[in-house]
Design a protein around this ligand. Structure first.
Ligand code: IMP
Length: 827
């Protein structure tokens, strides 16, 4: 039995063999959980496995952290309001590379892995792409050996649990901590006060009489650290995800308590804990609520205190800060890091403005995630003044100096100054967080080539003119560990059998599959795996919806947040077109299709919620009509989340990536599908453009208006009626929607959809692209009939998708933004 011994002679629970694992699983049941064979539940079994893995992970975590200190590594800090992690059990086992050993140990004690795995609830601390990207980045940073740490918030409630009632989305609270989170450990001694409110006061420094500022009479909330280990893939490295939970600074209001007002006494305490109570469930829309601003500053302040504490453990020279620390802000949400670092350096460290600015400007970088104007954070000055008065003052000073810079280069161009100002003036002045990021950050990056180009040409054009080197592109990526090795074990084994397993950490290795694309035997094996994955999804669908779907039909899948720009509506209308064709001619020879949707709509997004209802209404009609339901099915799966994605993506034949060109910054679902052998139907938007370049024009279905054509059409005056009148099939489905054909119980139900499309200008250009979309779907169908050729294309998608590994993305960030070298550790 391999047992590692620490220097003081104590046994360390780090054995990776079957016997050590079995022993610890058994011991934890008794010693940690106080359970035996009479009392244990599936949850206990799951926890014994988690605890045994944590033993190993914590050992490696300590080795890693000590090593970072030993080599005085430059640290990378990723600040994100969201981490959409999903389940961790599989991920930990895969990254520790002990799948077989765990399986063997569980067999020894008579436990069923699949059952144990299902005890885990998804950690849904994110909305969509931005949060999942942060989770993939953590995995890649650890795998590459970047000395990194993720900082975020430990929400009591993650993204809501979605149910469908009569086809409508209903939101339920996500009680993910009901039984506690077995993966994280609380660090009660690592807690920092976070201050709010109060006022700024001015005084003269006693030593030199300089004017100094102080933030006084604040209210404090404590931020307590909860740590989750983040192992790299089979490299001995374990990084940290540190999530902050808000705790009250004062346990109880003693005065009320003593007067017998027990409830009053805990009220204040409760209010403060509210800061990390719930994740805001909005994707790509700014909701300017005070609680959200509190959350953002809470993340920034606690993380900055922790970063500075760690920096000072090894450094006493502040000018070394940018050499030793890189901070990456995931969107503008943590951009208060800029004035916060300035505040610490000015007020606490007593630095001059220029020195403080130099340090700040060289330490912090910011990622832009969207071009949608409604997503841009613009905080009312009045709110910032009330909550963070000292920061507002610093932001004003940053802006004053920035305006001087503009003046120096462009003269007194007041128009330009107004456009670029961090403070948006007007009746209700605002702090423009993206502008703060651009002025204060070392680098600003977009998340796909097209998106980064558009940032430079449109939204940030004048900034780009001023600071051409500031802007850079870092095309998003996905971790191959979770999105192939873990979620599609059969395909993963097939690939490894043929080209070895180097692809797990170097996804470009998949290129070696190219010659196999023509190989009939390989195609057959590949197709069998796809079919098996479809069967698994079909049985999940049967279990959850009671609808029978044919695994041999084409699985046509669109999973992502529900948003008008993502145009789930267009895919739904296509289903209606197919339905009408089949009704007209039940013998029509079409490729049988199962169209599957999944995704959550923001609770206040009425139109998106109506789209969900329409999909379900179309599905009800189609699935229950014996004349068509052998050839067509339409489903909306409840509560889309990471775990469901892991089942749906490996089962897809066709991946729907059909946003209006210019609106999706990158997309990452598109990458996951291609990696698992689905073909994409998509517009030239986001990372689709680069996917097309990689997989080749003949292996992807591109349709619709380009960004330039969308712009041109808008400029000319887009009239959706022209398209309605020109297409009989389109006209027919829209008339059906309007007439209540899909909602006989409430014929006017979908009128708002018709209004948006025909009477309010169809901003997302569904009608303009519809004809091209259904023509392209015909080409998809034609291609799908040629089975061998389809398989060849699917294999080529897998072989050529290597660029979209988040390892590549992170390497680019590390080289070009963070300037943080990787470290190596003995396993
Ligand atoms: P932190 O960086 O202070 O948050 O500490 C994280 C971990 O780093 C600790 O639990 C130690 O294992 C390790 N560590 C902290 N300080 C030192 C040091 O001075 N030398 C070596 N390792 C350290």
């Amino acid at each position: 039995m391999a047992k590692k011994t620490a220097t003081n002679g104590v046994r360390i629970r780090s054995g990776m063999d079957r016997d050590s694992l079995r022993e610890d699983i058994t011991l934890h049941l008794r010693h940690t959980l106080a359970k035996d064979e009479f009392s244990k539940t599936n949850w206990d079994n799951y926890r014994t496995v988690v605890l045994s893995l944590l033993d190993r992970l914590h050992d490696k975590w300590l080795n890693t952290q000590q090593h970072y200190y030993k080599v005085d590594a430059k640290r990378v800090y990723y600040l994100s309001m969201e981490y959409l992690i999903g389940r961790l059990l599989d991920n930990m086992i895969v990254n520790l590379n002990i799948q077989q050993e765990v399986a063997d140990a569980l067999e020894d004690v008579g436990l069923d892995y699949e059952k144990i795995r299902d005890a885990e609830w998804d950690a849904g601390l994110g909305n969509g792409g931005l949060g999942r990207l942060a989770a993939c980045f953590l995995d890649s940073m650890a795998t590459l050996g970047i000395p990194a740490m993720g900082y975020g918030l430990r929400y009591d409630y993650g993204i809501f649990y979605q149910t469908l009632e009569n086809g409508f989305q209903i939101e339920k609270p996500d009680l993910w901590l009901r039984y506690g989170n077995p993966w994280d450990i609380v660090r009660p001694k690592i807690q920092y006060p976070v201050e709010f409110y109060g006022h700024q006061s001015m005084y003269n420094a006693p030593n030199n009489g300089h004017i100094k500022y102080e933030w006084k009479d604040t209210r404090k909330v404590q931020a307590v650290a909860y740590d989750t280990p983040i192992p790299g893939y089979d490299n001995g490295i374990v990084n940290n995800l540190r999530l902050w939970k808000a705790e009250s600074d004062v346990a109880l209001d003693l005065k009320s308590f003593n007067q017998g007002q027990y409830i009053e006494a805990v009220k204040e305490n409760q209010l403060e804990q509210n800061i990390t109570r719930v994740l805001y469930p909005n994707d790509k829309v700014f909701v300017g609520q005070e609680l959200r601003l509190k959350q953002e500053y809470f993340l920034v302040s606690a993380s900055m205190q922790d970063i500075i504490r760690r920096f000072k453990r090894s450094n006493d020279d502040w000018t070394k800060f940018p050499e030793k620390v890189a901070i990456q802000c995931n969107d503008t949400h943590p951009n208060l890091a800029i004035p916060e670092l300035m505040r610490v350096l000015l007020d606490d460290v007593d630095m001059t403005w220029d020195k403080a600015w130099d340090i700040t400007k060289n330490s912090i970088a910011y990622t832009n995630h969207t071009l949608l104007p409604e997503a841009l954070e613009k905080w009312p000055v009045s709110l910032v003044r009330n909550l963070l008065p000292r920061h507002l003052n610093i932001i004003y000073e940053i802006n004053r100096r920035f305006m001087d810079t503009i003046r120096a280069s462009y003269g007194n161009d007041t128009g330009k100054m107004a456009r670029l100002s961090i403070i948006g003036e007007g009746e209700n002045p605002v702090v423009h967080m993206a502008h703060l990021g651009i002025v204060g950050a070392k680098k600003v990056n977009g998340v796909a080539a097209l998106h980064s180009r558009l940032l430079k040409e449109t939204m940030f054009r004048e900034f780009h003119e001023m600071f051409p080197d500031l802007f850079t592109n870092k095309t998003n990526g996905i971790t191959p560990r979770r999105w192939l090795k873990q979620c599609n074990p059969d395909l993963s084994n097939l690939i490894t059998k043929h080209i070895g397993d180097k692809w797990v950490t170097n996804l470009d290795e998949l290129k070696k599959l190219e010659p196999l694309a023509e190989d009939k035997a390989f195609q057959k094996e590949f197709a069998k795996i796809k079919l098996d994955n479809k069967k698994k999804l079909a049985s999940y669908i049967k279990k959850t919806t009671d609808v029978d779907v044919d695994p041999k039909s084409m699985f046509d899948i669109q999973i992502k947040r529900i948003h008008e720009y993502k145009r789930q509506l267009m895919a739904a209308l296509h289903v209606a077109v197919l339905y009408n064709r089949l009704k007209k001619n039940p013998d029509l020879d079409i490729v049988p299709r199962t169209v599957i949707f999944g995704g959550k709509a923001a609770p206040g997004y009425t139109m998106a919620k109506l789209h969900i209802k329409l999909i379900n209404s179309i599905g009800d009609l189609v699935n229950n009509d014996p004349q068509v339901n052998k050839k067509l099915k339409c489903l909306f799966l409840e509560n889309y989340r990471v775990t469901l994605a892991e089942m749906m993506i490996p089962a897809a034949n066709l991946s729907e990536q059909i946003s209006t060109a210019g609106m999706e910054a990158s997309g990452t679902g598109n990458m996951k599908f291609a990696l698992n052998g689905a073909l994409t139907i998509g517009t030239l938007d986001g990372a689709n453009v680069e996917i097309k370049e990689e997989v080749g024009d003949e292996n992807i279905f591109i349709f619709g208006l380009t960004v330039e054509e969308v712009e041109e059409l808008r400029r000319q005056g887009y009239n959706p009626w022209d398209y309605y009148n020109a297409s009989a099939e389109l006209k027919m489905v829209l008339d059906q929607v309007r007439a209540g054909f899909f909602s006989p119980e409430d014929p006017k139900l979908f009128q708002p959809i018709i209004d948006a499309l025909l009477h309010k200008g169809d901003y997302f250009m569904v009608l303009a692209d519809f004809d091209a979309y259904i023509k392209e779907q015909k080409l998809v169908e034609k291609a799908y009939r040629k089975t061998s050729d389809w398989n060849r294309k699917a294999i080529l998608n897998v072989a050529r998708i290597g660029k979209f590994s988040s390892d590549r993305t992170i390497q680019d960030y590390a080289d070009e933004i963070w300037e943080a070298p990787a470290v190596k550790l003995k396993k």
